[in-house]
Design a protein around this ligand. Sequence first.
Ligand SMILES: Cc1cc2nc3c(=O)[nH]c(=O)nc-3n(C[C@H](O)[C@H](O)[C@H](O)COP(=O)(O)OP(=O)(O)OC[C@H]3O[C@@H](n4cnc5c(N)ncnc54)[C@H](O)[C@@H]3O)c2cc1C
Ligand code: FES
Length: 237
Amino acid sequence: MLTLMATVLSNERLTASVFRLAIEGSFHGEPGQFYMLRSWDKSPLLSRPISIHDLTSTAITFLIRLHGEGTRLLSRLTSGDQVTLYGPYGNGFPKPGGNVALVGGGMGIAPLLFSAKRFPFSKVFLGFSGEPFAVASYQALHGDVVFQSGGTILDAIDLNSFDKIYACGPLPMMAELRRRTAETAAQLYVSIEKRMACGIGICNGCTINVGTGNHKACTVGPVFPAEEVDFDELLEL
Ligand SMILES: Cc1cc2nc3c(=O)[nH]c(=O)nc-3n(C[C@H](O)[C@H](O)[C@H](O)COP(=O)(O)OP(=O)(O)OC[C@H]3O[C@@H](n4cnc5c(N)ncnc54)[C@H](O)[C@@H]3O)c2cc1C
Ligand code: FES
């Protein structure tokens, strides 16, 4: 784990609300892990959890949607500005064997570029409700990318042809994927977004009821076997 003040290489606006932030440095991490980011001093109080989008020996990249104050401040960074990163945190996706599908919906595509890089034998499915973004970087990296705007990307997946499925996206999409995979042999893992304050298991802010009881999504997750997740409860929250 690392705390690092680092320099922004570039900050590129991909759509009205999505930007790609590249930060210089030699960072560590596994697909599905995240960093806590801040580019401000005291306010807002908390750093923001953002998944590793890409990692090279000289830079780390994040794909971010504008949401509130923290992401607004991150969106305004320009080359040469300073950012503080803590991480990497979380468990990430398990090391796959067999045929793997990476399924992303909306901003849920963010962790899947680095996953596709590390798991080159996987097949990538990207679904968007509106304007697609960042698809070219997946296509540049990976020969097998299916993307779709509107409808559901789940209809494009032959679920019986995969041993493992790693998904990140809106809860209703992951709940539906869980329902559709229940009668297949595929093992489904989902990355669940909970509001996080500390990111390191101290504040109890990200508690989630999975498997054997209450766990902290920032340390035990954010990736969980889908059969341990109570989607009905999460959708009610
Ligand atoms: C493990 C993990 C990975 C994530 N990866 C990405 C990513 O790669 N790209 C991306 O665009 N977003 C990602 N998010 C969501 C992102 O953290 C929130 O959109 C962001 O923290 C919102 O901060 P804000 O200040 O702009 O909004 P505000 O609403 O002002 O934030 C207020 C507080 O709520 C928390 N918060 C608000 N929305 C969320 C949310 N959906 N999930 C978790 N905490 C939230 C903030 O961290 C902050 O503490 C991830 C969330 C988690 C938990
Ligand atoms: S965010 Fe503090 S315990 Fe998980």
